[in-house]
Design a protein around this ligand. Structure first.
Ligand code: EPU
Length: 424
């Protein structure tokens, strides 16, 4: 089984390039199913999840040309041969659910295996389903002969509707925006997700001929159109990958220029790092993050939907807070179970106490290398960061989670001076 080995590395220094966003590219690829014409997506990160999404598009009948070494993917979904998604890709990647809106809008029916819970929580899809029902679809839960559960939606035609999301779900907002783009009439989504990935998807859909306004605000208006056409688009930079390298500079007391990132996408990360004593300056090519001579101190934080502090940086920030002086409190409000990394960090001598959705991090410890497990993608990133400052050697297993979402993390960290290797 593949493992990552990290050793204490000193302050990381140099420049790192931010790849395209994982959470933006997955719905963009799903959106290509909305048209029979050729689509081109550029600045695509080279990730396992991207490959799984390409497999899913192919299973619906799309022609996919992956040129991941050039960061380009071409998709032509001339005709869809089925509206039933296979179990494999959906079970290995929950984001597969965002193919449901496009397939339903394009073919009038979609059947997707139930993605089920995952390490960070139950992750229900009730808001996606409510959205499809509001647009006029009939939705049923069904079981095949082998007992596999599916959600199936059918609609002779989708009709625009007004709806309110109880929680500003990223995936539900994406699914509804895509389905409503081809519905008859106007759809209004109140309390949608406002993440930059939502704005990127709306921009792409508008390039394809959709009429979407308000993405990135608390109300999105979609005027349905009869058809969409092919379009070319460049994925936005990955704000969570950029944030992870910002934390690599902070935790190792290094000095890193994070290139190709949008600083307005990481405002809470900048604010919290500055509160901890990290120096962050805007340069022409990106953000310089330096903790070289910093007297690092604790800070409390609370995860929230965008523009609040991102849950996808909470584990990495927790690793950092465990070495600064003073005690910090972290409140996780987005997912009910995103603290699996506490146990692993504590194996490395961190002093973190879990109390429901709150974690109390007693800072100022010297982390120690240990054998640990990446319990999910961001937990894996947190363990790598911890390993960079731990005495001795940290051996991380279950690294397939890390492969899902970080483009060349080993190469990028090595070029910054990290002592890290992957053993297959
Ligand atoms: N929720 C519901 N009902 C629904 C949908 C969501 O109750 O129908 C709840 C979830 O259980 C969760 C909250 O709403 O408690 C937020 O979930 P959301 O739907 O916004 O998350 P997602 O679309 O499943 C995306 C990212 C996640 C990221 C979250 C929150 C992708 C592919 N995934 O997930 O990314 O944490 O938004 O920002 O875009 C990651 O990259 O490591 C990752 C987990």
């Amino acid at each position: 089984m593949a493992e990552i080995i990290v050793r204490k590395s000193g302050g990381l220094k140099g420049t790192v390039f931010t790849s395209g966003s994982k959470n933006a590219v997955l719905p963009l690829l799903a959106a290509t199913l909305l048209t029979e014409q050729k689509c081109e997506i550029d600045s695509v990160p080279n990730l396992k999840d991207v490959k799984v999404m390409c497999e899913l598009l192919e299973s619906f009948g799309a022609n996919v040309t992956e040129k991941l070494d050039e960061n380009v993917i071409l998709v032509e979904a001339n005709t869809l041969k089925t509206s039933v998604a296979p179990i494999g890709p959906v079970r290995s990647m929950r984001a597969s659910i965002v193919s449901m809106g496009p397939v339903l809008a394009r073919t009038g029916t979609a059947r997707i295996p139930l993605p089920g819970g995952c390490a960070i929580g139950d992750r229900p899809i009730d808001l996606h389903i409510k959205g499809f029902i509001a647009l006029g679809a009939d939705v049923d839960m069904i079981e095949d002969e082998s007992g596999n559960g599916y959600v199936e939606a059918r609609a002779e035609k989708l009709v625009g509707a007004e709806m309110y999301l109880d929680t500003p779900s990223v995936g539900a907002t994406e699914n509804i925006m895509m389905a409503a783009s081809l519905a008859e009439g106007t759809t209004i989504i109140e309390n949608p997700a406002q993440e930059p990935e939502i704005v990127d998807l709306a921009n792409y859909l508008n390039k394809m001929g959709a009429k979407i306004k308000g993405a990135g605000t608390d109300m999105i208006k979609i005027e349905g159109v009869p058809e969409l056409h092919g379009a070319t688009h460049s994925v936005i930079p990955d704000r969570i990958e950029a944030g992870t390298y910002m934390l690599a500079a902070a935790i190792t007391k290094g000095n890193i220029l994070v290139e190709n990132m949008l600083s307005n996408h990481v405002v809470p990360i900048i604010a919290k790092l500055r509160e901890c004593g990290v120096v962050i300056t805007e340069e022409d090519d990106g953000l310089r993050v330096s903790a070289e001579n910093a007297n690092l101190k604790s800070a409390d934080l609370k995860t929230l939907p965008y523009p609040g502090f991102p849950t996808d940086i909470q584990p990495q920030f927790m690793a950092f807070l465990s070495i600064v002086s003073g005690s910090s409190t972290i409140l996780e409000t987005v997912f009910e179970n995103r603290f699996m990394h506490i146990n692993e960090l504590n194996k490395m001598n961190a002093g973190i106490i879990e109390d429901g959705r709150r974690a109390i991090v007693k800072g100022g410890v010297q982390l120690k290398g240990a054998e640990v497990r990446a319990t999910d993608l961001r937990a894996g990133a947190a363990l790598i960061l911890a390993g960079l400052v731990a005495e001795g050697e940290t051996v991380i297993s279950d690294i397939y989670h890390i492969d899902r979402g970080y483009d060349d993390i080993i190469g990028k960290l090595k070029r910054l001076g990290a002592d890290i290797e992957r053993i297959d």
